[in-house]
Ligand binder design. Structure first.
Ligand code: ZN
Length: 401
């Protein structure tokens, strides 16, 4: 409920807001003023000063030359603008310093408050996808995405943080699925609920998209989820080892089958939501397209130095439908960069769909060996040793990964 005092402020804001021609700038101005209303009077004064500055800009544009007072204002508008700008900057800097000092006093907080989320989105005003509103536990984003926070995992102890996610690994949940028929309504609901509860208990993914296309945030993006295990991803010059510490995990409730691509159980609603979620996460965290990948491409077995410890998606992640370039047609980084091998079980589990990625990686490996005057076998051994060293240092830096 607004007090009389605030109502007067809002009238003032509306009046000054009408002086701003650009609709986007106007909205920003009104929102900025609105956020300062419940705060101290001297901060409101800063806004009033800013409003006056806007008014003087507009007056300078539309000045009737015969009005002596306004003419004087017009002649001295540069000086007035500089003066009011300096005053606004000084007044606005004071609360900023206060906020950062308060943040320091609070110490690290892994769970963003709703206010923090809002200020992030406000800061990323030019982003394509932004948070529109939060009603209850549900967030609505500008691209139509809805994210439920009802099932967020609350860790019992300290959790490992992700400073800023740099990529996304897509998974299938590989869970039991009921037929998508009205006769199986109860079974569908029960299995979905059990799955989400399991994921929540084990903090397996950041997000799950269920069969009805609902997106659930299980683990906040700035906390580690246990989704990728031993893993390698290479994108250009970037080499990522053990992705839990830097990549988000998004799972679609589906089962991979070597003979199906994409999994036949995947629903149109899931694909649609998966795409919206991808858009939001890329927009929010500035994630490169080349760092959006699937578990079948990144999972490795370091004990046997083989690719494909996990094979969910089985070479069938719908990259094209998700608006992404297809990495299945590129050299598999774990082989080309670190000399991993592959076996028949991997080829079978992925229905032979990763043969091209393997062939390209093996060819790259041979070429590198030739350029260095080494046998492919020796070059592979050297690359594997590099991997082990990198893994040891990654483990030392992130013991939880
Ligand atoms: Zn997986």
């Amino acid at each position: 409920m607004r007090t009389d005092h605030q109502s007067t402020d809002w009238e003032l804001i509306d009046r000054y807001g009408s002086l701003v021609e650009d609709p986007v700038e106007k909205l920003k101005f009104v929102q900025r003023c609105g956020r300062t209303l419940p705060t101290a009077r001297w901060r409101r004064r800063a806004v009033t000063l800013e409003s006056l500055w806007l008014a003087s800009r507009r007056a300078a544009k539309e000045l009737p030359a015969r009005d002596a007072v306004l003419l004087w204002t017009f002649r001295h508008r540069q000086a007035m603008r500089r003066l009011s700008s300096a005053a606004v900057v000084c007044l606005l800097l004071l609360p900023l310093r206060g906020v950062s000092a308060a943040a320091k006093r609070r110490g690290p907080n892994l769970r963003p408050s709703p206010e923090a989320a809002l200020s992030f989105d406000a800061a990323a005003g030019s982003s394509r996808v932004w948070l529109v509103e939060t009603i209850g536990h549900t967030e609505l984003y500008s691209n139509g995405l809805r994210v439920g926070n009802d099932l967020r995992s609350r860790p019992a102890g300290t959790v490992a943080p992700i400073e800023r996610p740099v990529g996304i690994v897509f998974h299938t949940t590989e869970s039991d699925l009921a037929p998508l028929e009205p006769d199986h309504r109860e079974q569908l609901r029960r299995r979905g609920r059990d799955l989400l509860e399991y994921v929540r208990r084990h903090r397996l993914y950041h997000f799950v998209v269920d069969r009805f296309g609902r997106a659930w945030r299980i683990v906040p993006e700035n906390e580690v989820a246990h989704h990728a295990g031993h893993s390698v991803w290479v994108f250009g010059d970037q080499v990522h080892v053990d992705l839990n510490g830097s990549f988000l995990g998004v799972a679609l409730e589906a089962q991979s089958r070597p003979e199906r691509t994409p999994p036949a159980d995947l629903t149109a609603a899931q694909l649609h939501t998966g795409r919206l979620l991808l858009e939001m996460l890329r927009s929010r965290w500035g994630i490169a397209e080349g760092n959006c990948t699937s578990h079948d491409l990144v999972s490795v077995n370091p004990d046997r130095m083989l690719v494909g410890h996990h094979t969910d998606w089985a070479g069938g992640f719908p990259y094209r439908e998700m608006g992404l370039a297809n990495p299945y047609a590129q050299a598999l980084g774990s082989i080309a960069r670190f000399g991993f091998g592959y076996d028949e079980a991997f080829l079978e589990a992925t229905g032979g769909r990763l043969e091209q990625a393997i062939r390209l990686a093996e060819a790259a490996l041979e070429q590198q060996a030739g350029e260095r005057g080494l046998s492919t076998r020796r070059h592979r051994r050297q690359l594997q040793e590099q991997y082990r060293r990198l893994k040891r240092s990654a483990a030392a830096a992130r013991p939880e990964a």
